[in-house]
Design a protein around this ligand. Structure first.
Ligand SMILES: *Cc1c(COP(=O)(O)O)cnc(C)c1O
Length: 351
């Protein structure tokens, strides 16, 4: 450990107030957080202290220009109570890709990993052991520096906060294929986990919810003819026995769950195609019965099956399958994450 993290442990843990058999998702927070400040051109004061409010000036640039990025990851306990992470360096790399696009300083990999490991050590008891539960981890960086100039800040905060969370169960998801709005554009920031991307999704999603759907299927910004993502998840479509997902791009986020699923599917003799998916082929295959499954993929829910989709005032139901790709792949990936099976890929990291 070279990051010289100052540790200020809480006097009274809140852990006794938590019902680990009834965990919400992402709304209850562990005792501690990791914080680090960027000032005078360098990261400094790495500290672990009580999770709690942070003081900012009203002219902090985060409020005005939205210079803000984040990651989402999980820690698990295996049967022997070892703490496990899943591909954590990929999260660090992606955070830095997002940082570059938003002119936020790079986070050294060592600082990211040291802060994370130390935080998980101190809040070890907050990592749930129940089936399906995990410690959701939210690393984020934002402009804390001041000024009404529309220019990058000179000061930033890097924080890691965690939330013991139950299984993210969205139920049967009804989605609406978006024909007007877009979450991302060519040359834009859709590939980055930048705060503003999600703010921009809320309005079209709210309109979809008012129409009785749960989530929006994003299409490309110019023609709306190609299916790109499912809410804040990557999308997979199964036509006959082939699993198809869109290639990543400026507009499509390079999900760690997505790329893990592609690998696992291929290694389990599932035909996988990474190519553009047209709305037309999805609608036509729904009509002729070859559309078997659609699901979203992301860290929070892992895999979120879609039960029906709406397009141009018409709803299309997906069949109920036994032994769906969604359930097979979800089991395979969570078994790797929680050390119930061998990890031939070296994705699992034991602390
Ligand atoms: C985070 C995210 C994903 C999923 O990425 P994972 O690394 O699998 O969690 C997909 N799409 C968007 C828009 C996202 O923000």
């Amino acid at each position: 450990m070279n990051s010289n993290i100052q540790i200020l442990p809480v006097q009274n843990s809140r852990i006794d107030t938590v019902d680990f058999n009834n965990l919400p998702f992402g709304t209850l927070f562990s005792d501690h957080m990791f914080t680090c400040d960027y000032k005078d051109g360098k990261w400094q004061n790495p500290t672990i202290k009580a999770y709690g409010p942070i003081e900012l000036n009203p002219s902090a640039k985060i409020f005005h220009y939205g210079q803000s990025i984040f990651e989402g990851m999980k820690a698990y306990k295996d049967a022997d109570l070892n703490t496990l992470l899943f591909r954590p360096l990929d999260n660090c790399k992606r955070l830095n890709k997002s940082a570059e696009r938003m002119v936020i300083p790079q986070i050294p990999e060592e600082l990211f990993m040291d802060g994370l490991k130390k935080l998980l050590e101190i809040d070890n008891a907050w990592i749930p052991t129940n089936e399906g539960s995990s410690l959701y981890i939210r690393p984020f960086v934002f402009a804390s520096g001041n000024g009404f100039h529309a220019s990058p800040a000179t000061e930033y905060k890097f924080i890691i906060a965690t939330a013991p969370s139950g299984a993210y169960f969205a139920g049967k998801v009804k989605v609406l294929i978006e024909e007007k709005y877009a979450r991302a554009a060519n040359g834009g920031v859709g590939f980055a986990k930048a705060g503003g991307n999600y703010a921009a999704q809320f309005y079209p999603t709210q309109l979809a919810i008012e129409k009785g759907y749960n989530q929006v299927i994003w299409t490309d910004d110019t023609s709306h003819e190609y299916i790109e993502e499912a809410g804040a998840m990557n999308i997979f479509v199964r036509i006959n026995d082939t699993l198809v997902t869109s290639p990543t791009s400026d507009r499509i986020l390079d999900g760690i769950t997505r790329k893990s699923i592609i690998q696992i599917a291929k290694d389990n003799d599932i035909d996988v195609e990474v190519r553009k998916i047209t709305v037309k082929e999805v609608v036509e295959s729904a009509k002729n019965g070859t559309l078997k499954e659609m699901f979203g993929a992301g860290t929070a829910a892992v895999i979120s099956p879609i039960s029906s989709f709406g397009f141009k005032e018409q709803d299309f139901d997906l069949p109920e399958l036994n032994n769906s790709y969604a359930s097979q792949l979800k089991k395979r990936i969570t078994d790797i994450q929680t050390n119930k099976t061998e990890d031939p890929y070296g994705w699992r990291v034991q602390l």
